[in-house]
Design a protein around this ligand. Structure first.
Ligand SMILES: *Cc1c(COP(=O)(O)O)cnc(C)c1O
Length: 394
């Protein structure tokens, strides 16, 4: 195991990896640095976001919700993107980078299937080969997404190690990458993993915060009072927060998956209950036992049950720049129904955690405040599960 000092966020981040991947990660970093300096890369990426993903996604003034909560609420509508969530922003960027590096094959890990579907979509769009690694348990629970990936031309590989869920799929994708680095690009799904991934994913997601900033200044000639987003690995939240980190007047508030409550032990509340460790190539906060074994995680929201958090979030938490709150399944489901009734927008159950955070914290805001909630994705995929949870569907 080698350690490399770059990509640090305070004590977090870094690059913890074996020999083969150290080389591949350096190659990736070099290619990314070159791409960053090449205006053609930025222009091409912007064009794909516009023409294929459907950006800019709109900032929507939620008037009924504003009246109800006693503050001014805007929603950042990532749910309107092609494939229905923010994940497309990141996969289009990484796929473009893969092609610059001459790689013909994309691989990805997936839990609920959303990142796998987004990667398979980008692969189809650019005509690349695509292999997705998914835990056996998740393949059973999310069979529709398995078919969706196949429909898009990807091959889905069943992972039976460990708990046969997302963390095991991620480990397998990293192993597969070290087996076939020459023609393969590993598209990681959140601001996690060894350097330079957390930085690359953040840079491809910052379009969310950049657009919020431009529209806010145009509409109100001021910055928002607070930004709220949900956190699984942390990519939609990091994309929302990042352009505002240097603006101390803007509160950055993140909602993590509290599952059945942090006391119950059935949750994915990494900041509330995690400790520092090294896993999946990075130093960060993880849910682990005293021996450093990663513990099973649970959330009603499949997109948020990762046992870690991106290293930059761990740092923003330590420094107090961003605040992290746990939202339970029940609170998220209430918010799922609330936004549906109040605005006619059915949010993803992940995004519902951010909506729940606002309804919980409403007393901290006045009508003069402007708060922006990032709706990371649409809720069509969750309607059936929530209907069952409520006993409305059998
Ligand atoms: C995957 C996903 C998330 C969680 O991932 P982050 O990296 O924390 O953003 C949140 N919302 C939706 C809709 C997702 O698909």
């Amino acid at each position: 195991m080698n350690e490399n000092n770059c990509g640090r966020y305070g004590p977090y981040g870094g690059r913890y990896s074996g020999e083969t991947l150290m080389h591949a990660l350096q190659e990736l970093e070099d290619a990314y640095r070159k791409a960053q300096k090449d205006p053609a890369f930025g222009e091409e990426y912007a064009r794909f976001l516009r023409e294929y993903a459907g950006r800019p996604s709109l900032l929507y003034h939620a008037e009924r919700m504003s009246r109800d909560l006693g503050t001014t609420v805007y929603l950042k509508r990532e749910d309107l993107n092609h494939t229905g969530a923010h994940k497309i922003n990141n996969v289009l960027g990484q796929a473009l980078l893969a092609m610059r590096m001459g790689k013909k094959r994309l691989i990805a890990e997936t839990g609920a299937g959303q990142h796998g579907v987004a990667t398979a979509t980008a692969a189809a769009y650019f005509g690349l080969e695509c292999d997705v690694f998914m835990g056996k348990e998740d393949m059973i629970r999310q069979s529709l997404n398995v078919y969706r990936m196949e429909l898009l031309g990807a091959t889905v590989h069943e992972v039976t190690d460990g708990t046969a869920t997302l963390k095991d799929a991620t480990s397998e994708a990293l192993r597969e990458w070290s087996r076939r680095v020459d023609d393969t690009f590993y598209v990681i799904g959140s601001v996690v993993g060894p350097h330079p991934y957390p930085e690359i994913v953040r840079d491809f997601q910052r379009v969310i915060g950049d657009e919020i900033r431009v529209e806010m200044l145009e509409k109100h000639d001021r910055l928002p009072s607070a930004l709220l987003a949900c956190v699984g690995g942390g990519s939609n939240a990091m994309g929302t927060f990042y352009p505002f980190i240097g603006d101390p007047s803007v509160r950055l508030m993140a909602a993590e998956a509290g599952g059945e409550g942090v006391e119950s032990g059935r949750h994915a509340a990494t900041v509330a209950a995690g400790t520092t460790g090294v896993f999946h190539g990075m130093k960060s906060l993880f849910l682990q036992d005293d021996e450093g074994q990663i513990t099973p995680v649970y959330s009603i929201s499949a997109g948020m049950d990762y046992p870690g958090i991106g290293p930059e979030h761990a740092y923003l938490h330590d420094t107090g720049r961003a605040e992290y709150f746990s939202i339970t399944d029940d609170e998220a489901v209430d918010a799922f129904e609330y936004l549906s009734r109040m605005e006619g927008i059915i949010p993803a159950i992940e995004s519902s955690h951010a909506v729940a955070l606002l309804t919980k914290m409403k007393s901290e805001f006045t009508p003069d405040d402007i708060v922006v909630v990032t709706i990371s994705g649409r809720g069509d995929k969750d309607v059936e599960a929530i209907g069952r949870y409520r006993g409305k569907i059998r």
